[in-house]
Design a binder for this molecule. Structure first.
Ligand SMILES: Nc1ncnc2c1ncn2[C@@H]1O[C@H](COP(=O)(O)OP(=O)(O)OP(=O)(O)O)[C@@H](O)[C@H]1O
Length: 359
């Protein structure tokens, strides 16, 4: 891309929702898709929105570029109330806000080059300028050699790269991603997420994405908003929200990511040993607060030779170690729960139960 990347100022609100409501008339009465929703997306951040199906994610995303008009409240982009714009101003706003979609929305009868060029043609650009801009964008998304190929000959990941190139033609300041990786396999998802991060950092774009895939949020978002029934449940840095979810809706969404108790262990657990020999089973939770870098192995070694690491693992979310470990310790010599938490530097510690020694 030409010129230096724009300065990223993560402390400046870029998109602001103020008491936004949206009601739809349904066959069984009104549906409240968004309810008194207030939050800000900061300039240059990657902002994720999660919530179960019907929570209001698409309605929220579409309110940013005025594809959906709120029933009440205000959405502002760069201080401009998008609800107050006339048709011409709306066209200008939508050029500043690119959007990509789950099913790519490419025109099958047009080549990659023509698909990316289309918004520039509509905007009345000259052919030479269009050619140069399309070349630049295809190079950015890694498709310089596919310019004359039709979409049917592209993989899903390549189609999404075309979608991204097309979304960037007008040098937008915001990129909206509507389930942009939901139709892709995990490996391709990773490559598209890496591209989105690169674009965010190189071009200083604010990225707002909705997804049902918690792993996507964990991989690239700075902050996350959890929606349920159109209401804000919680909002914060991803490592904090995922490490220590406060809302039941968040806990429910995160359950599939957690290392649960393996079935064989769950069956063997008893609440108390009642004088018999056996082992205590603990769950140690790490939310990125205590060990930003990772759990020192010396902390595990300090538990003594009888300690066993049974299950679990640590992930890194935006530079914070986060996860859960299941540990087994001889019940008669195990330190108290508080002491154990201190030794490990765990943010949470739970005694899950005991396993009696074999008779
Ligand atoms: N055009 C519409 N007419 C009537 N009801 C609508 C319309 N669009 C959305 N809704 C309703 O508004 C609520 C929120 O829908 P929305 O599509 O924003 O949720 P979502 O979180 O994006 O769901 P999903 O993950 O399934 O896409 C749902 O109850 C939905 O049925």
């Amino acid at each position: 891309m030409s010129g230096p990347p724009p300065a990223v100022d993560i402390a400046t609100p870029h998109i602001v929702f103020e008491q936004v409501h949206k009601r739809f008339a349904g066959p069984h009465g009104d549906v409240q898709a968004l309810a008194a929703l207030s939050f800000s997306v900061m300039r240059g951040e990657v902002f994720g929105i999660i919530g179960r199906s019907g929570a209001g994610k698409s309605t929220l995303l579409r309110a940013i570029n005025a594809l959906e008009a709120p029933s009440g409240g205000h959405v502002t982009v760069d201080g401009i109330d998008v609800g107050a714009l006339d048709e011409d101003a709306l066209v200008a706003l939508r050029r500043r806000i690119g959007m990509i979609f789950q099913h790519f929305n490419l025109l099958a009868a047009k080549t990659v080059r023509e698909n990316v060029a289309l918004p520039l043609r509509v905007a009345g650009w000259r052919p030479a300028a269009i050619h140069a801009r399309v070349q630049e964008l295809l190079a950015l998304v890694g498709l310089a050699d596919k310019a004359d190929v039709y979409p049917a000959k592209l993989s899903g990941g390549q189609k999404q790269r075309v979608g991204i190139a097309r979304a960037l033609v007008h040098h937008p300041e915001v990129l909206l991603c509507d389930e942009a990786t939901s139709a892709l396999d995990p490996e391709t998802t990773q490559s598209i997420l890496a591209l989105l991060r690169e674009i965010n950092q190189k071009l200083g774009l604010t990225v707002v994405l909705i997804t049902h895939d918690m792993a996507v949020i964990r991989a690239i978002c700075d902050r996350v908003l959890v929606l349920d029934a159109g209401q804000r449940q919680e909002l914060g840095e991803v490592w904090r929200v995922f490490g220590d979810p406060q809302a039941e809706a968040t806990r429910a969404l995160l359950r599939p990511l957690q290392h649960g108790l393996p079935a064989d262990l769950a069956q063997a657990l008893v609440p108390a040993l009642q004088g018999r020999p056996g082992r205590a089973i603990y769950s140690a939770g790490f939310t990125g607060n205590t060990h930003a870098q990772g759990l020192p192995l010396a902390a595990l070694a300090a538990l003594g030779p009888g300690a066993e690491l049974l299950h679990g693992g640590l992930d890194r979310i935006r530079g914070h170690a986060h996860g859960r470990l299941l540990l087994s310790l001889p019940a008669d010599t195990a330190p108290s729960g508080d002491r154990l938490r201190q030794i490990l530097g765990a943010d949470h510690l739970d005694l899950l139960g005991h396993v009696p020694a074999p008779a």
